[in-house]
Design a protein around this ligand. Structure first.
Ligand code: AHM
Ligand code: MG
Length: 337
């Protein structure tokens, strides 16, 4: 049997042979790992809490307030990131503004973490997988000053690490620091994330496409043409409504995930900072591609606000290229019509 490599061991080993990965980054990844173990435990208990809780009152049987899981996950991440003193501030999908973290040590913190604490949380009540998505940046401002908005408005190409945690049939943490993508499965019996998927490579093409086809009539003509093409090819449509799960399938089995502009969401629905950028970094590191429905590389978009949305087409490189060809061929604006 192969020797078990825990997440901690792996990141410490990587730290030794990489210029980029400082001890601080190692500490941050470890903090996120700890927070996600706690969240994983609560996600697994969620069904039970619903049974024991008094419906609608917000209290469980013992009188404790039952907190919404996405807010709970948000708090746990902030708490764990505060503890090590390596994180100067966070921006979260759950907070309107960024949050300056006052380190419990007097260390100067040089990193910022952006995250969606529990993506797809509307799926929790029906026992469908959800996930945490995170990205880590080096701060631009001086470590002796307070963090500012510009620190957080960095492009995806500035990410120093990104990852996701999938709370599914098992809990899996997948991350990159720009040197490939590796996956770790939580072994609940020892409470450790153990290396289970080394150097993940996305297939060049695949049999799956993932889009909310219910919005078909609200998509632009070129996107409808591309979706018709996928359907003509008899590709398998899979849409969980939980982006981490959909992207996870595509990362391993190949395919394309689309969230284009609709009439309700003319800029797309998904958030650039918390969802699109970190997942694009991972997919690109695994050999895939990620662009907007307007064909801009996601990672090169200059963010203008914290909660900015983006359209996205992400996945196997050949499929994203094919989608691009459809847009170039059928987008009236690109054809001078
Ligand atoms: P959330 O951050 O509010 O959970 O929304 C993000 C989720 C993604 O996980 C998923 O891909 C998408 O919203 C589904 O949206 P829709 O129901 O419009 O298809
Ligand atoms: Mg989300």
């Amino acid at each position: 049997m192969d020797k078990i490599v825990t997440l901690d061991e792996f990141i410490i080993r990587r730290q030794k042979d990489s210029e980029l990965a400082s001890g601080a980054l190692t500490g941050l990844l470890r903090d996120i790992g700890i927070a996600s173990k706690i969240v994983s435990r609560e996600v697994n208990k969620a069904g039970l809490l619903n049974i024991l809780g008094v419906a609608g009152s917000g209290d469980n049987a013992t009188g404790d307030t039952v907190q919404k899981l996405d807010l709970y996950a948000n708090e746990k991440l902030i708490e764990c990131l505060t503890n090590s003193g390596e994180c100067a501030g966070i921006a979260s999908e759950e907070n309107e503004d960024f949050v300056q973290l006052n380190a419990v040590t007097d260390k100067k913190a040089n990193y910022l973490v952006v995250f969606d604490p529990l993506d797809g949380s509307s799926n929790i009540d029906v026992n469908v997988s959800v996930g945490t998505i995170f990205g880590i940046y080096r701060r631009k401002s001086d470590a002796s000053e307070a963090v500012n908005l510009q620190d957080f408005l960095q492009k995806g190409t500035d990410l120093v690490a990104a990852g996701y945690v999938l709370y599914g049939t098992s809990t899996l943490l997948v991350y990159t620091t720009g040197r490939g993508v590796n996956g770790f499965t939580l072994d609940p019996s020892i409470g450790e994330f153990c290396l289970s998927h080394r150097d993940i490579q996305i297939p060049a093409t695949g049999r799956y496409y993932s889009v909310n086809q219910g919005y078909y009539l609200k998509f632009d003509v070129e996107m409808r043409r591309y979706i018709d093409y996928c359907s003509d090819l008899n590709l398998r449509l899979r849409y969980i409504g939980s982006m981490v799960s959909d992207i996870h399938r595509i990362l391993f089995q190949g395919g394309i995930f689309l969230y284009p502009n609709t009439r309700k969401h003319p800029q797309g629905k998904l958030r650039l900072l918390y969802e699109c950028n970190p997942l694009s970094y991972i997919v690109e590191q695994a050999g895939g591609k990620a662009i907007t429905a307007q064909l801009e590389r996601i990672m090169e978009i200059q963010p203008r606000s914290l909660h900015q949305r983006a359209t996205i087409a992400i996945g196997s490189p050949d499929m994203v290229d094919e989608m691009k060809e459809f847009v170039e061929r059928y987008n009236p604006a690109l054809n001078g019509e």
